[in-house]
Ligand binder design. Structure first.
Ligand code: FMN
Length: 160
């Protein structure tokens, strides 16, 4: 891709969240920003995941995930979980997060997230250098606290 196209695409603001798959004892977690709602009825989301990411094989096997939306004060969480760690639990520990059980899926949720969306994968579509996972939201849990959302634009993180 040429530099102008890349710079133009970087101007698209995206929300920031954590994608979790597996279960509370054996899980994978990465930071994501390429995701969106794509249908109202049924409620569907699409998340774009690198095939090199540790979570891709777990998503393909388990076919469910939690998408946890981060707030504007959780920049350090996005950065910590957005880099490879040899021990995945180090991401959660270094980001000071608490894993909780989900109700509709096996994947764990994040206690400190603004919103946890418990999703079941309906399809996986290879899309260029990423894999696009379409999934139906089974259950949505909103935190009682209010907070601005964290967004990624122009290769930087901002509080909305
Ligand atoms: C702000 C931000 C947004 C990211 N968005 C995505 C994304 O949408 N999809 C993706 O596959 N990786 C994304 N990444 C990169 C992954 O989070 C990163 O490659 C992953 O955490 C590495 O962990 P792993 O080695 O366990 O796979 C993002 C990273 C950051 C910091």
């Amino acid at each position: 891709m040429n530099t102008d196209t890349q710079k133009a695409l970087d101007r698209i603001p995206n929300p920031v969240g954590l994608l979790l798959a597996g279960n509370k004892k054996d899980y994978s977690v990465i930071t994501v920003s390429w995701f969106s709602q794509v249908s109202q009825e049924p409620p569907l989301v699409a998340v774009s995941v690198s095939p090199q990411s540790s979570i891709a094989p777990v998503l393909d096997k388990e076919k469910n995930f939690v998408l946890a939306l981060l707030d504007g004060n959780q920049e350090h969480v996005a950065r910590t979980c957005g880099h490879h760690k040899d021990v995945v639990a180090d991401k959660i520990r270094e980001a000071n997060l608490t894993l909780t059980e989900s109700q509709a899926v096996a994947a764990p949720a994040i206690k400190e997230a603004l919103v946890n969306l418990e999703c079941r994968v309906t399809s996986q579509v290879p899309s260029g250098d990423h894999l696009l996972y379409l999934a139906e939201v089974q259950r949505a849990h909103m935190s009682s606290r209010t907070g601005n959302q964290l967004v990624f634009a122009d290769r930087d993180l901002f509080s909305l």
